[in-house]
Design a protein around this ligand. Structure first.
Ligand SMILES: NC(=O)C1=CN([C@@H]2O[C@H](COP(=O)(O)OP(=O)(O)OC[C@H]3O[C@@H](n4cnc5c(N)ncnc54)[C@H](O)[C@@H]3O)[C@@H](O)[C@H]2O)[C@@H](O)CC1
Ligand SMILES: [K+]
Length: 526
């Protein structure tokens, strides 16, 4: 699914009005009605007190449409106009009149004295500011946002939490609505995917307001995407009846050191379980028995006694994963440098191999094109330096992958896969994945997919999706704490199978508390 910028959404808005022969007021009516239906479906006439805060722009106009429908359906709705400016839009003004015609006179908020009392049991609908936000919020609106955030009541933001910019970072002094859920129009905004916005975005959902899909599909400059089940489904390679193990590649996993044989064991097992036809592990001698006993299917070659120094192998892989548990001893570093100078095969580089690259950045030039790097944010920072905010981080990421013609899998709650100047955001998974060895398994899944001839960017996207999906599938049975890297491997089969089974539709969180427990699975929520 495309992630659109505010500018692109405004363009789609214009095109829709033109192509569908409707007025912008009709589009606003449609948007507000879709939001109302969403709420009505969940509240089913519940007499809970609902406070709707509407700005004076089109986001406020949407809020007024919602308020009118809620009133007509007998909800206990209280509407407030946040009068932060006298530049009211037509959409706002027309809907303001319509609301009054329907018998509701909103309370106009002009100062802190006009703030209503809000309790934790109330439901708040935030339609103060949308994607039109173009400067710092000032005056009483700052206090109002703090006032709304204080009771921790369930807060539904329309289009975007008020105060959040769609396409740039907020500053530390900015005030933003802490939304429990955000109903965004047609497509997500990149702000929803960034860790820096975690306090404001809990869950979100893109709702269809009938914007022109042909126009959206024709937008050439879209560079950001959310990875969905259908995307990975289309990548999946079906196996032929007459295929044999030789058709599915040979992964070589280089890693391990004394005390860290587990890492390379997990990576090798993951490569095997993601479908690599053959897997060889090149490990220190001290790990020989451990690896052979724990995974009989994997072939083993050995290097020095306690660490990898020589990086020499006789097997004939078509891709190499390097790094898990490898350490950063001097002999390993110099061996890795020599290895990079002679190696021609695509690499999947993780863990301490990344740290070696950050110590000697010239080595980056030796990485074959189309290799995949899988850093966590700290490892990435060591490679590219500090960033000012998440947008700056993503710019650095794009520059880095284009400079070296590689794929980077930047791990985190919404792991980002970067290739060329495009970014793919993964949404499967949950905090259960924050466990020892989880990254080693991801590296193994990805190398196994490259071995099977998935394009590197596809292997990175598909592998990350499957890795996250195991946690989405498992936590209801294992709980978060007992989920370990080995559990990822146990559930990998189910993750593959889930590509071809239907998902049970998810219910939106009930308006009972600010943050009801939920899973961060694909499709609807992140
Ligand atoms: N683009 C679309 O496809 C649609 C957009 N709609 C709604 O329209 C919204 C955008 O509406 P607007 O462009 O009117 O913008 P907003 O309603 O987000 O903001 C209103 C106006 O406030 C002013 N403003 C910006 N930052 C401010 C600040 N910090 N302090 C005070 N004033 C500030 C700006 O002049 C801005 O135009 C969307 O978020 C969405 O809710 C929907 O009505 C229907 C379809
Ligand atoms: K809003």
């Amino acid at each position: 699914m495309e992630i659109l910028t505010g500018k692109q959404i405004y363009q789609a808005d214009k095109e829709t009005i033109k192509n569908q022969g409707i007025t912008s007021l009709e589009l606003m009516e449609r948007a507000g009605t879709v939001c109302f239906n969403w709420i009505h479906q969940r509240l089913q006439g519940n007499p809970v007190k609902i406070l709707i805060f509407c700005g004076i722009g089109n986001n406020g106009g949407d809020g007024l449409v919602i308020a009118r429908h809620m009133h007509q359906y007998g909800y206990n709705v209280h509407c407030f106009v946040v009068n932060f400016s006298d530049k009211r839009t037509e959409g706002f003004l027309e809907n303001y009149d319509k609301l009054k015609d329907a018998g509701v006179w909103p309370t106009v908020i002009k100062s802190v004295d006009d703030f209503p009392e809000i309790t934790a049991q109330d439901v708040v609908i935030d339609a103060i500011l949308g994607i039109g936000l173009d400067r710092k919020i000032e005056g009483f609106t700052v206090d109002l946002i703090k006032h709304i955030n204080t009771p921790q009541s369930y807060t539904l933001s329309i289009d975007i939490p008020s105060g959040l910019f769609a396409d740039k970072s907020i500053s530390t002094t900015d005030t933003v609505i802490e939304a429990s859920h955000t109903l965004t129009f047609q497509r997500p905004k990149i702000a929803f995917l960034l860790p820096e916005n975690e306090p404001f975005i809990y869950t979100w959902e893109a709702i269809d307001i009938g914007l022109d899909e042909n126009f959206i599909a024709s937008l050439k400059e879209v560079k950001h995407f959310i990875v969905e089940k259908r995307d990975v489904q289309s990548m999946y390679k079906v196996r032929d009846k007459f295929s044999h193990k030789g058709n599915f590649g040979h992964s070589l996993v280089i890693g391990g050191s004394y005390g860290k044989i587990g890492a390379v064991t997990l990576t090798s097992k993951a490569a095997l379980k993601s479908g690599s036809g053959l897997v060889t592990a090149l490990i220190p001698e001290c790990g020989y028995d451990i690896l052979q006993i724990s995974i009989p299917e994997v072939m083993v070659e050995v290097d020095s006694e306690k660490q990898i120094e020589l990086f020499q192998y006789v097997s004939q892989p078509n891709v190499i994963a390097v790094g898990p548990g490898i350490g950063t001893l001097d002999k390993t570093i110099s061996g890795f440098e020599k290895f990079l100078k002679s190696n021609k095969l695509p690499l999947v580089i993780d863990a301490d191999a990344l740290n070696i690259l950050s110590i000697n950045k010239k080595l980056l030039e030796l990485i074959p094109e189309n290799s995949i790097l899988t850093p966590h944010p700290k490892e990435f920072e060591r490679l590219v330096g500090k960033w000012k905010n998440d947008h700056d981080k993503l710019n650095k990421l794009k520059k880095f992958v284009t400079k070296y013609k590689i794929v980077v899998v930047l791990k985190g709650a919404n792991t980002v896969i970067a290739f060329n100047d495009e970014l793919y955001f993964n949404t499967t998974g949950n905090p259960a994945l924050a466990t020892a060895g989880s990254g080693d398994v991801l590296t193994g899944i990805i190398v196994g997919l490259v071995a099977q001839n998935y394009l590197p960017v596809e292997a990175a996207i598909f592998g990350t999706y499957l890795h996250g999906k195991t946690a989405s599938l498992a936590v209801s049975k294992t709980g978060i704490e007992t989920f370990t890297a080995s559990t990822i491997l146990e559930y990998l089969g189910e993750a593959y199978l889930s590509l071809f089974t239907e998902d049970t539709p998810k219910q939106a969180p009930p308006p009972a508390s600010k943050k009801p427990p939920q899973d961060t699975d694909d499709e609807l929520y992140v």
